[in-house]
Ligand binder design. Sequence first.
Ligand code: C2E
Ligand code: MG
Ligand code: MG
Ligand code: MG
Length: 287
Amino acid sequence: AAKAKGKGCYQVFESRMHEELLDRLDSESRLRDAVHRGELRLHVQPVVDLAGGGVAGMEALVRWADPERGLQQPGAFIPLAEETGLIAEIDRWVLFEACRAAADWPDTWVSVNLSAATLDLPDLTDRVAYALSTTGLSPRRLVLELTETVLMRDVTVTSARLEELRELGVRIAIDDFGTGYSSLGYLRDIPVDVLKVDRSFIDGLAGNARQQQLVSAVIQLGHTLGLKVVTEGVETADQLRLLTRMGARYAQGYHLGRPGPVEEQGQLSTNTATVRAGTVNVPDDFV
Ligand code: C2E
Ligand code: MG
Ligand code: MG
Ligand code: MG
């Protein structure tokens, strides 16, 4: 009887693994079709200039309108896209669409996230140059975001690659700064223009003096190196006040504006007055 039961358990286990595998293969094939079926959606989130209160830039954040499961956030499909190599196709789509949208905005920058596999594409610089020339977007207004972990894989190779991109005139941002095995050495060696302080440093900021000192020091460090510093994940008025007092210049977060479809959010870039009026949730006592 024990033997039979054991076998039954094994069969249940086996069939669950089988189901998971089928599910994964199914997601993979649907994701593979998503790009050419036009199921990707471009959302953008404002980056606010704390000095003037206006929108300084917009970050492009991809969504997938999966016909079976509805609108999917990146966390639900970017890992699969990275494992299967589909990410290069997705990043190419986002890059092009973001440049096209930003070309209609007066002077805000647009930032685009790139995965490791995209940074490694031999024709990445050509792709970026193509997106810029086709859409007419000035290179100065495009920022490419790469995480610390991606940048630090091979400092020599990465630096050469980034220099190539910067020669086009585009800027490079370190995303999620402080979450990788940060070595300050790479700030010396890798050519970057923008430092995005990860939201884990902003979370809990109000009640933690030590964390405030740390964030303040990181902001000063960035400024000393001549970088633009963006603090991510600002969710409360208290955090905004503290960051402003610390001399933070740029901030992003739900308190300042949530990501939304580019068709709706894009117009924020054309009118700083709307931001002050609270359309993106900026409080009256803002700055
Ligand atoms: P990220 O580049 O660090 O983008 C910021 C993420 O934080 C976004 O999540 C944004 O919606 C979220 N966020 C913004 N403000 C707040 C806040 O105040 N509180 C909290 N809790 N979260 C906030 P999202 O859109 O889900 O994207 C997650 C990640 O997926 C991005 O992190 C980026 O690494 C990746 N990703 C998004 N779009 C693309 C893309 O087109 N290509 C690639 N390769 N990766 C992308
Ligand atoms: Mg980013
Ligand atoms: Mg980030
Ligand atoms: Mg992130």
